[in-house]
Write a protein that binds this ligand. Structure first.
Ligand code: DQA
Length: 148
């Protein structure tokens, strides 16, 4: 059966393309979603790509992923730095979760250096622009591959 990975996006990521392009690049979220789906197709898995500006919706989607997906890549946006609810939701599911960011959060303001979700995820990818999404999908694939 085809594996599905959820790719979840948090607040303000719907504004990619016009939001601080010097930091986040010129691609829209739709462009990145398309890129992820194509990568999944080439590698043999499905990608369910979603965005919400609401913390509770992201919590609901993590629970849903725990029941129906093989893994999750999440760019939680600013909730990365604040959300104990997302930390707990990640801990509450047993599929692997990879945290990702377009920008190198460690090279930016100090308030971005702390991630509330990092202790709950398998690993963190940041600083590679849109390519961070592709790297996160590859990480999930290697984490969930059974025959190697
Ligand atoms: C971000 C980094 C966060 O600090 C910021 O709040 C975002 C985007 C990134 O992808 O680089 O919204 O997650």
């Amino acid at each position: 059966m085809t594996q599905t990975f959820f790719v979840l996006n948090g607040p303000n990521l719907n504004a990619l393309g016009k939001r601080e392009p010097g930091i986040y690049g010129g691609q829209t979220l739709a462009d990145i979603g398309e890129m992820c789906r194509k990568e999944g197709e080439a590698l043999g898995f499905a990608v369910d790509f979603r965005q919400s500006n609401h913390e509770g919706t992201l919590v609901d989607w993590l629970h849903e992923a725990g029941d129906t997906a093989a893994g999750v890549a999440i760019n939680a946006g600013a909730y990365t730095h604040t959300s104990i609810a997302l930390h707990d939701a990640i801990r509450a599911i047993s599929v692997p979760v990879v945290e990702l960011h377009l920008s190198n959060v460690h090279a930016r303001e100090e308030f971005r250096h702390k991630s509330m979700i990092a202790p709950a995820v398998k690993g963190v990818i940041c600083g590679f622009g849109a390519q961070s999404y592709i790297l996160a999908l590859h990480a999930l694939r290697s984490l969930t591959q059974t025959t190697r």
